[in-house]
Design a protein around this ligand. Structure first.
Ligand SMILES: [Zn+2]
Length: 406
């Protein structure tokens, strides 16, 4: 009997070995997979030379992926994204953060794989701030709370035109608690939550769009510079929707920054634990549609035409997201994988999702003995983190890109 059980165990091991091999390397508290196994799975060609701080491009049938060693910055099909941790090289191996493999790359590169569709039934439109909460400093006569509401109402009209139901968290100038905003989606199955904001920075030259998804469990927020601060192991309601959060966020961001006319500067798809995103019981996104502290963008925001443009970009992103959630004919679900020169059989693809179920690190009992020795510095920026994690910040902390990133 004992021998039989042993043989069964061996059988399982062999079955697992038949799956794609994900080479997992732990550095400090962070798990990585090798770029080699990443490239093999998604069908990318790795360049011969990868130098620190110099972007390199990997190509596949799907498109070009541009990344940089020692940087969190990544570009996919020309749009900017921020990874949870920097790419690293240890013992000659280039490493990709495991949490980004599961929460960033897989939704981008295999949007239709393994995850149930959530057909769009409607939109909770959340114009940020209101009442005594002005939001960012007024851009000469226009406060953020007013601009947010105006864009929200314009978005509602666009949704009406497309026959998509909507509800506004506020339709006038009044204060609302974060929890009261998020819960509007609770009894509306199939709704998504879209929070509308404008940005502010101490530098008047800072401009452009940043669009936020809830940080996945075990991942730092973008503003932390890749630093784990210890509360990333908390699970929030919003994390049930990581895959859809990310698809929605990047769809809206892409619609804006790739617009044919007046495209804003691309500050990237980012992650944060804003309270409205943490509490949302639905796929959710927070849009920062430009900087009121930037004179050029502020003067644009004072025009109806531009606020209409902002609403239209958000609308276009929502429509693109809705399309991604339409049921695909059976047999096409894994077409992405088929073009990627990897096996298209479902069992082969599952191990990626299995990675998801394994916590990449245990912050409360952090090991002081990394399983892989490294002589590299952490490469992280100990910039302010608390204010971005405790509730929605009034002023979005601008990300200081890794110094060495371009
Ligand atoms: Zn705001």
């Amino acid at each position: 009997m004992i021998r039989l059980l042993f043989l069964v165990g061996v059988g399982w091991s062999v079955a697992l070995l038949a799956s794609p091999t994900w080479e997992i390397v732990r550095v400090g508290r962070v798990d990585y997979v090798s770029l080699k196994s990443f490239a093999k799975f998604y069908g990318f060609t790795i360049p011969n030379e990868i130098e620190p701080n110099r972007p390199f491009v990997m190509s596949s049938a799907q498109g070009n992926l541009r990344m940089t060693l020692e940087s969190r910055e990544m570009r996919w099909k020309g749009v900017r994204y921020w990874l949870s941790h920097s790419l690293r090289r240890v013992d000659g191996k280039v490493l990709v953060p495991r949490v980004d493999l599961v929460k960033t790359f897989d939704p981008l590169l295999r949007p239709n794989a393994e995850i149930a569709k959530r057909p769009l039934q409607g939109v909770v439109i959340d114009p940020g701030h209101g009442g005594g909460d002005q939001g960012t400093r007024a851009a000469r006569g226009l406060s953020e709370k007013t601009a947010n509401l105006d864009v929200g109402k314009r978005l509602a009209k666009l949704l009406d035109g497309a026959g998509i139901p909507w509800v506004l968290t506020r339709n006038k100038d009044r204060y609302l608690d974060h929890a009261d905003r998020s819960k509007l989606a609770d009894d509306r199955p199939g709704f998504i939550f879209v929070s509308i904001h404008f940005n502010e920075d101490s530098s008047r030259s800072t401009d452009g769009w940043e669009t936020y998804s809830l940080s996945p469990q075990y991942a730092p927020s973008t503003s932390s510079g890749g630093t784990l601060v210890g509360d990333e192991d908390e699970i929030w309601a919003g994390n049930s929707y990581d895959h859809h959060n990310f698809l929605l966020t990047q769809a809206i961001h892409r619609a804006a920054v790739t617009a044919k006319t007046n495209a804003p500067n691309d500050r990237g798809v980012k992650r944060a634990r804003f309270k409205v995103l943490r509490l949302a019981n639905s796929p959710s996104v927070l849009v920062e549609g430009g900087f009121m502290s930037n004179p050029r963008e502020a003067s644009l925001m004072r025009t109806e035409a531009y606020r209409q443009q902002v609403a239209e970009w958000i609308f276009q992103g929502i429509v693109a997201y809705r399309k991604s959630q339409e049921t695909l004919p059976s047999g096409t679900r894994l077409s992405v994988a088929k073009t990627n020169k990897v096996s298209s059989s479902t069992p082969e693809l599952r191990p990626v999702m299995n990675l998801d179920s394994v916590p990449p690190y245990r912050p409360k009992a952090a090991s002081t003995n990394p399983s892989v020795a490294t002589n590299q510095s952490s490469g992280t920026n100990p910039a302010a983190t608390a204010q971005s994690i405790d509730g929605e910040v009034r002023r979005a902390v601008p990300v200081i890109p890794d110094k060495k990133a371009n």
